[in-house]
Design a protein around this ligand. Structure first.
Ligand SMILES: *Cc1c(COP(=O)(O)O)cnc(C)c1O
Length: 370
């Protein structure tokens, strides 16, 4: 059976959403080509069994490509789980925080705090450092972080999506297992995976669409998982079953695989890091050149390459900025309610032209309202 699909003219705006977020156009086009019939399968990915040969090909290729991209050592498992980063907040203490032990949490924002609060429901946890009293305008510095060699693990958030701050260097935690929520900067730059016991993130910001959560976990940690956890919450079981204990979020895994292939095709993580640095530099330069009209939320040392947060002289002007920018196709710039102001999320797939368009709009807006 063959069907002809009418060509439709599509118009895409610049999408600054913090998540779910912009995808590479090449990936969307591939999804469109595969949508009615995945090559060789005669059906869409949404319709196929997760035990079928085509889907096995999809998940195995996605994992192999991710291992190449991030240079993941053989003693790490890659899992595709559901429940978002938020479920990992609960699974981490269930799996890795034994009774009597204590975990430490570096609090650099609301997501970090949420992870910590979930741990408190399930065991003993401690704040290793916090910048809450400074409204999370920076990440904690190394000498503020208090790790106990006995800690079951130390948890941090590499990019604070809401505040626009980022830790470009991992905290030093000695021999303590370092766990990282990298939901909003995973795959944005090269990482030394061996520094991490576990790295995880929902796919919907930098790595695909909502529905699957990437978990990269060192094998020896899995030996700590207690017996008798509910199956769906047991990392060891998920690893044993290669993420196919139950029906996985198949379409989201497929899209993640395409995003990873796209990253490999453009030159891997060094190239995406270069692009991300270039885009962020354009925006921060515009903020810094505005003579105080635009004020960055983050302190200079913690500026995020992913989420650029800034304020205007008044809330009225901020409202006007959002309204007028949206009207010309610069969408999703309203800041998170806990920070206010504006937030431009410029993840991997966000094009440089969109950043240039925003910078031009900022200059124009200041000239008219400054
Ligand atoms: C978005 C986000 C989360 C929440 O992710 P879900 O997949 O919606 O659970 C957690 N941590 C960080 C840093 C985030 O940016």
């Amino acid at each position: 059976m063959t069907q002809t699909v009418k060509e439709t003219k599509v118009e895409r705006i610049y999408n600054f959403s913090a998540g779910p977020a912009v995808l590479p156009l090449e990936v969307l086009e591939q999804v469109q080509r595969d949508l009615l019939s995945y090559p060789g399968a005669g059906m869409s990915v949404m319709e196929m069994s997760h035990r079928s040969a085509p889907f096995e090909g999809i998940i195995h290729t996605a994992e192999a490509d991710l291992r190449t991209l991030l240079n993941i050592p053989a003693n790490y498992k890659v899992l595709y789980l559901q429940g978002g980063a938020s479920l990992q907040f609960s699974m981490i203490p269930m799996n890795f925080l034994p009774a009597g032990a204590e975990a430490s949490y570096i609090i650099s924002g609301v997501w970090a705090q949420t992870a910590y609060k979930e741990a408190l429901k399930l065991g003993k946890a401690r704040v290793a450092a916090s910048t809450e009293s400074e409204n999370f305008t920076r990440v904690p510095t190394q000498n503020e972080i208090q790790i106990d060699p006995q800690d079951a693990y130390a948890h941090f958030t590499s990019n604070n999506t809401i505040y626009g701050t980022q830790s470009l260097v991992e905290p030093e935690v000695g021999d303590v297992s370092l766990l990282c929520d990298a939901s909003s900067d995973i795959l944005s730059r090269p990482l030394d995976i061996t520094k991490y016991a576990m790295l995880y993130g929902g796919a919907q910001k930098n790595a695909g669409i909502a529905g699957t959560t990437l978990v990269i976990v060192r094998e020896d940690l899995l030996a700590r998982v207690p017996k008798n956890l509910p199956s769906m919450l047991d990392y060891r079981l998920m690893a044993e079953k290669e993420s196919l204990f139950n029906t996985p979020s198949a379409f989201a895994i497929y899209v993640n695989g395409l995003v990873v292939k796209w990253l490999l095709s453009i030159g891997g993580l060094p190239e995406i890091e270069r692009r991300n640095q270039e885009k962020a530099a354009l925006l921060y330069a515009a903020i810094d050149a505005s003579g105080g009209f635009y004020r960055g939320h983050s302190q200079l040392t913690s500026r995020s390459l992913m989420n650029v947060t800034f304020r205007l002289p008044s809330e009225e002007l901020e409202k006007k900025f959002v309204k007028e920018s949206t009207a010309i196709g610069l969408d999703g710039l309203k800041g998170h309610r806990s920070v206010g102001g504006l937030r431009a999320s410029i993840y991997n797939a966000f094009p440089k032209e969109g950043v240039e368009a925003l910078v031009a709009f900022m200059k124009d807006f200041q000239a008219k309202n400054g």
